[in-house]
Design a protein around this ligand. Structure first.
Ligand SMILES: NC(=O)c1ccc[n+]([C@@H]2O[C@H](COP(=O)([O-])OP(=O)(O)OC[C@H]3O[C@@H](n4cnc5c(N)ncnc54)[C@H](O)[C@@H]3O)[C@@H](O)[C@H]2O)c1
Ligand SMILES: O=C(O)C(=O)C[C@]1(C(=O)O)C=C[C@@H](O)C=C1
Length: 295
């Protein structure tokens, strides 16, 4: 049970954490800190937080758990604003979609207090953002990856894991580097592709006609292109190296498929499609189905 939880960035992810933790009876008082007072007031009206704080120093006074849930490029600024006021027992964690940059920013801002920062990433979300998008059951049956640091006390890592478990999540552990390589492939690249495709279509002179006839295939492929541009700008740049590796590999695949199309090579196309279909079906049957069962 946390007496005082402070959330920097009360949007989809921070707001859902607040709702889930409260529903589990694990948070006595939740304070929200943010960049927009209007949005924080809305978060309070919606019952995500108990109080709004404008001064980071006052916000973290007496806090036992602090969650950063703002776009990842804000990490260093937020941590620098609280570093001098952190009590030694306070645990700071985050929900950022990238980990290498977040850890580097935390080391810079927290210095010798880096052990108090336990990096984490809930693998759950949706394209809507802001406090209105928060859901109490967002994390049910979903994974949270903790990328613990050598300086973290095992007890603090367990406290963060327990908070996420109380929200319904299942804990996994990776190094920050492993994390960033994995999510470049299965999260960051798909978002880049979706944004690129929709932008490409929208820029065509006959875009209105194209959108008029776009249906479920387009909707399923591009849902994530409705996500927050600021958040995805930050993720894209934060995970630049791993993402470039994935973009390059994808370009090779796309070029190969282009040649198959140009050569009318039906068997080669069918082989790629069949292999992709099998992998997709296996993923849905094993991994996705397990999440649905746990959720
Ligand atoms: N959306 C997803 O699917 C998803 C999933 C997992 C992790 N994440 C990560 O969670 C974090 C939050 O994403 P979200 O989807 O909740 O976005 P969001 O836009 O819904 O919420 C972010 C909030 O942070 C606030 N904010 C911005 N700068 C701030 C600052 N300097 N100090 C305090 N607050 C600030 C914004 O005003 C906003 O209310 C991001 O780091 C993102 O990478 C997102
Ligand atoms: O469902 C979505 O809309 C998401 O984009 C969620 C999603 C993803 O699966 O890629 C996006 C970013 C995260 O860091 C974790 C999850």
């Amino acid at each position: 049970m946390f007496k005082k939880v402070v959330i920097f960035g009360v949007g989809l992810i921070g707001g859902s954490f607040a709702l889930a933790l409260r529903r589990a009876g694990q948070a006595d008082h939740i304070v929200g800190v943010g960049r927009s007072l209007v949005s924080l007031e809305r978060a309070r009206e919606l019952g995500l937080i108990d109080t709004v704080a404008t001064d980071p120093a006052a916000a973290v006074e007496g806090a036992d758990l602090i969650l950063l849930a703002a776009p990842v490029a804000q990490t260093e600024t937020i941590l620098a604003s609280i570093a001098p006021y952190l009590n030694p027992q306070a645990i700071v964690t985050d929900a950022g979609s990238t980990k290498g940059d977040v850890v580097a920013a935390a080391r810079k801002a927290l210095g010798a207090r880096i052990g108090q920062f336990v990096p984490a990433h809930p693998i759950a979300g949706r394209e809507q953002h802001g406090p209105e998008a928060a859901l109490a059951d967002l994390y049910e049956g979903k994974k949270v990856v903790i990328t613990a640091l050598p300086e973290n006390a095992a007890r603090d890592v367990e406290t963060v894991a327990a908070a996420w478990r109380a929200c319904g999540a299942i804990i996994h552990r990776l190094s920050p580097q492993e994390h960033d390589a994995v999510f470049a492939s299965v999260s960051h690249l798909p978002h880049v592709l979706a944004f690129a495709l929709v932008d490409d279509i929208a820029a065509k002179p006959h875009a209105d006609t194209l959108f008029q006839y776009a249906a479920s295939g387009f909707r399923d492929f591009t849902r994530i292109a409705a996500s927050s541009p600021e958040m995805w700008r930050d993720i894209t740049l934060a995970n630049r190296d791993a993402l470039l590796t994935e973009v390059d590999a994808y370009l090779v695949q796309l070029q190969a498929i282009r040649e198959m199309i140009a050569n009318s090579d039906g068997p080669a196309l069918e082989q790629v499609y069949a292999s992709a279909r099998d992998a997709r079906q296996q993923w849905a049957a094993a991994i996705e189905a397990a999440e649905r069962k746990n959720g």
